[in-house]
Design a protein. Structure first.
Length: 460
């Protein structure tokens, strides 16, 4: 077999492969054997039909077609290895010549991973938020804990903001009660803004047994977006009482004996969270600066496939689970289809560039992934997927995704290498020490940049 490589552009090549006919013999034998098992000819036992009879009955062309289809992947792979190429995706194959008994010639066009020059990245400098925990942050954290231990009790008085009311609702559009417009026993906290516009004003001041009518635009259901006349009846009013902020509350809500100990622990926990956020911010900013330093030719077919995959996943999985169409989602986001497509393409480009650049650094720095690192990353991924580690590991193996996970960890280590070489300062001008951060956490930052859908990210 002989092969030649023609560079069409920095990310696409055309392979021309010539195969002497004798190298097709194993595939020809396999083709005759396969056809033998599939057909019957009077006078011959199944599987014992001579090749000349198959040629006469079914045509030599059918046998050649079967043999060539069987042999092409092998010859294509040999040509790729001979040319030392890194193909991306499936090739477009064209058989240019097939002379029975003489020669098979075919071409294969395929996207390839571009060759990249990684410059010195030690001069990268970024600024991140300083780790500062204020008294207000601590008070807010304790208040959130206090909210979780609130109690409710029925009251015989008019409903006020902060009260929990139990409601029966009936919605009419054009004077007709909607089939899905009746709800009973709905608990609602006045002032939370989690139901219908106008309901707070309607129920404030009503006692149990009181009714009111108001108009509101429906946020869901069969008449979504239409103006409805809503009748509401308050069947119960409950007050919400927060526990006193004292040592007794600290003992109730935590393992601490005093409120001061609880606040001190909250301050430490908030500092750890902000330190983690600071590290993530540093990784993201260093990655952005790194990508500015490297020119990455973009394989158009790969980019097109990536955009289509992201759009499909968003439309048919993420939005589908929320009961939203893409059109409705864009309306909520206040974006046009053109803006959405542009953002999706930009995010897909960044994902591809991130993988190419960090993979090149993995090779340049000769980074490897140990079993412990892979196991730890697998545990993190399992936790985020909602599966047990054993279930997740089994799924990864069955779907052949172990190399993908290894790549994630390796790219995380590559980014950690760049972050370590960079200068990271906080907004106070102090140099930030990120040495304690786990490289597996860096892998998650890489995956966010490489595969997170821009629209899903904006959704929060």
């Amino acid at each position: 077999m002989k092969s030649a490589v023609e560079t069409l552009n920095p990310t696409r090549v055309r392979l021309t492969v010539e195969v002497p006919f004798e190298e097709l013999k194993p595939s020809l034998d396999a083709a005759y054997k396969k056809i033998n098992q599939q057909v019957s000819v009077p006078g011959f036992r199944k599987g014992k039909i001579p090749a000349r009879v198959i040629d006469q009955r079914f045509g030599r062309g059918a046998v050649l077609e079967e043999a060539v289809n069987d042999a092409l992947p092998k010859f294509y792979t040999e040509a790729v290895n001979e040319g030392e190429l890194n193909p991306l995706g499936q090739p477009e194959v064209d058989i240019t010549e097939l002379k029975d008994g003489e020669l098979l010639t075919f071409t294969a066009e395929v996207d390839i991973r571009p060759a990249l020059e990684i410059p010195d990245y030690s001069g990268i400098e970024v600024t991140v938020d300083a780790v500062e925990v204020t008294d207000e942050d601590v008070e807010k954290s304790v208040e959130q804990l206090r909210e979780r231990f609130a109690t409710t009790s029925p009251v015989e008085r008019a409903a006020a903001e902060g009260d929990i009311v139990t409601l029966d609702l009936e919605a009419k559009v054009d004077g007709e009660v909607l089939e899905d417009g009746v709800a009973k026993g709905v608990d609602y906290t006045i002032g939370s803004g989690q139901l219908l516009d106008g309901i707070d004003e309607a129920v404030t001041g009503l006692e149990a047994g009181g009714t009111a009518t108001f108009t509101s635009e429906l946020k869901g259901g069969s008449a979504e977006g239409k103006e409805a006349e809503v009748k509401v009846e308050v069947t119960a009013v409950k007050s919400r009482e927060l526990p006193a902020l004292d040592d007794e509350f600290a003992q109730l809500a935590s393992e601490f004996d005093t409120l001061e100990e609880l606040k001190a622990d909250s301050r430490e926990r908030l500092a750890r969270m902000k330190k983690f956020d600071q590290a993530t911010q540093a990784q993201e900013k260093v990655l952005d600066e790194l990508l500015k330093l490297v020119e990455v030719p973009m394989p158009e077919k790969l980019l097109e496939d990536e955009v289509n995959t992201r759009k499909h996943n968003l439309e048919h999985h993420q939005l589908g689970q929320m009961g939203l169409t893409l059109a409705k989602y864009l309306e909520i986001q206040g974006k046009t289809a053109e803006e959405f497509d542009a953002e999706l393409k930009e995010q897909a480009e960044k994902g591809i560039r991130t993988q190419f650049v960090l993979d090149e650094i993995v090779n340049k720095e000769k980074l490897s992934v140990g079993q412990d690192e892979l196991t730890e990353h697998l545990m993190r991924r399992a936790q985020s997927s909602g599966m047990s580690p054993d279930q997740f590991a089994q799924a990864v193996v069955e779907q052949g995704q172990v190399p993908m996970l290894v790549g994630e960890v390796a790219r995380g280590k590559a980014l950690a290498t760049v972050v370590e070489a960079a200068t990271v300062k906080d907004t106070n001008g102090e140099v930030v020490d990120l040495e304690d951060e786990e490289e597996t956490e860096t892998a998650e930052t890489v995956e966010a940049a490489a595969s997170e859908d821009a629209e899903a990210k904006n959704e929060g």
